[in-house]
Design a binder for this molecule. Sequence first.
Ligand SMILES: CSC[C@H]1O[C@H](OP(=O)(O)O)[C@H](O)[C@@H]1O
Ligand SMILES: Nc1ncnc2[nH]cnc12
Length: 291
Amino acid sequence: MTETMIAVIGGSGIYDIDGLEGAQWSSVTSPWGTPSDQILTGRFDGVKMAFLPRHGRGHVHSPTDVPYRANIDALKRIGVTDVISVSACGSFRENMAPGDFVIVDQFIDRTFAREKSFFSSGCVAHVSVAHPTCPRLGDACESAAKAAGITVHRGGTYLAMEGPQFSSMAESKMYRDVWGCDVIGMTNMPEAKLAREAELCYASVAMVTDFDSWHPAHGAVDITEIIATLQGNSEKGRALVKGLPARLGAERAACPHGCDRALEFAIMTAPDKRDPALLAKLDAVAGRVLG
Ligand SMILES: CSC[C@H]1O[C@H](OP(=O)(O)O)[C@H](O)[C@@H]1O
Ligand SMILES: Nc1ncnc2[nH]cnc12
């Protein structure tokens, strides 16, 4: 058994969480850059927790410029075992209405201007993201959402777009009708891929703010409506987060789905061909397998 440390990455509208015992914001240094902000740590229900505002307090970083690698590395470096991403999203489904939450389990990654891996020439690794989210964390999120009275949908495909503009109607219809996506946002990729490379369990709670631009009765995405919906969603998101520590517990066994062993056979580069400078940067992310 190892000690659980749950990290919440808060998206648009969620820049802190309350109620942490011994709450403290601290700067964490990463060889992958400067994280989005300081990290808030403390305990809730006796369980270690961390909180990182994805866009920084004051919403400083655009979706493209969020330092995804530094964020995941910093969380791994401070001992995080489980990551819950909480994000705003648009919906492609009539029954996934603004105010509803979706426990995302699949992604289509359409982002193109971001660093997507910790690995590269000098230490090449290939992890599976066939199942990019952890069902054990998904169970905890679903149960915590229901207990908080939130309308929650279990399972859904999240289209990760580059942004920062919202989609055209033609794109929106293609994502919905041809690609079968359920929700759309700008940030869960490469975050989920990087969490898997760092052997962190990852779940994504997508909070619906709008119907994107496919819906004949709703027309274009309106940022003022999104911001109004975000306020209610963020209160519900905070309630959900408070239900997680009791459900996940202060100690955890190995992940039954293998998220925490994703690198076991993933590194292809021969030990004598590895780049020492890159290995040094991988100390937190891949220290378990690199020794
Ligand atoms: C405020 S609407 C667009 C913005 O909100 C979402 O951010 P996050 O995923 O961090 O909650 C979406 O992905 C866009 O970045
Ligand atoms: N419709 C939308 N598209 C992309 N990101 C979003 N975040 C919230 N609503 C969104």
